[in-house]
Design a protein around this ligand. Sequence first.
Ligand code: TYD
Ligand code: MG
Length: 467
Amino acid sequence: MLLLILIVSILAKSKTTFFCQSCGYESAKWLGKCPSCSSWNTFAEEVVVKEESNKNEWRQESSRAKSIKAKTLHEITSSQDIRISTKDSELDRVLGNGIVPGSLVLIGGEPGIGKSTLMLQVGLHLKSLRVLYVSGEESEQQLKMRAERLGRTSENFFILTETNTKNIFLSIEAVEPQLVIIDSIQTLYSPLLDSTSGSIGQVRQCAGELMKFAKETNTPVFLIGHITKDGMLAGPKVLEHMVDTVLQFEGDRHLAYRILRTTKNRFGSTSEIGIYEMLGNGLREVSNPSEILISQKEGQLSGVTIGATIEGNRPLLIEIQSLVSPASYGTPQRTPTGFDQKRLNMLLAVLEKRCGFRMGTQDVFLNMAGGIKVEDPAIDLAICISVISSMEEIPVSDKACFAAEVGLSGELRAVNRIEQRISEAEKLGFQEIYISKFSQKSLDLKKTKIQVKTFGKLAEVFQDLFG
Ligand code: TYD
Ligand code: MG
């Protein structure tokens, strides 16, 4: 009997633990509410295989350690200049000038935003590289149809519909790809774990195996990842820590524009963005976004202004539309699209208190053209002008644009990189740009062809525009 218990206990080496499926918090017992991320009913039991570790092991193995040698920085050859160009200038830009060999890149985004399309397109375009596209979501026929739709083919493009990592690595050995694309990491499962695919443990395990493969063979691997309802990358936070680069693909699914943003990059800046347009035959790179974001309107309409913003490192001129109409209910509506509601409320309060406009009885609808989300505070001035232009029914010249932050006392505050904004406005043929007088110090205004108007207060701008 005692022997039986002993054998059972030896066999039962696999241990189970509970993990929060939304943040990866680990707990020995089931919990209703996660102490880490406060979400309810997210704990699931998963099997973890833990090897017995002996704390003093490293001392006993010190003889073996002699062969493992740390290197000085001089001894390591730099891989800076051997980046692989994706032949997609937007993707190259967000990756920091191309793919670094052996890097693990995670691309997240809502369903239907175009992650699979982008990766398929890039893979098919890289004709000189052997690319393996592993799909756990679509069948071969579906992928073929999509590739036909994109109008591209490549001799070196291999498709595998498989979810078991063991089989994937067997196929990798046969194909010997130079680039691996996994669509998506949540559909993979590793036979080393018992839990179902998509669970925290599996995602971590599969990503770990792929990371090992990428680093050992110096092959870049792209992982497509799902995001949850509130816009976070699904799966444990550790996934974001494991990969070298995290890209977010965002935009309104019903509008054509998509933004690829870097949220983490070990090999480049995180302030780069790439802009695409979704067409019937795939994604098109948009190299001059401002021209599209400003609609070709006929005549001058009230409530339309142009703001000079910076997205990532790129200056963008964005069209803002607002509609102000008398509120039919007691509580007026404030409905921004592509802009923070709280910030809009603040700007309306400034207009009411500092400039004397009666916003309390008006509904305000605000729209950023092209489905772009703007967080740059330099858009404030353009929004205030747009709202008052609509309320007073006075159109603003379509040759004027705005770049200043509005403070709580109605003052115009300086914004960063004003030179870049001014030169973009100049490039697009604007004749006037309204900025804060505090931005002026660092400027050399003599060189600019565009007329730069500087103001200290919001009320002074209204005086200048509307009299
Ligand atoms: P998809 O790439 O499948 O998205 P994800 O992998 O992020 O879930 O999304 C594609 C969407 O884009 C789909 O709704 C159809 C549309 N689409 C086009 O408009 N043009 C195209 O050429 C393709 C391939 C897709
Ligand atoms: Mg997909």
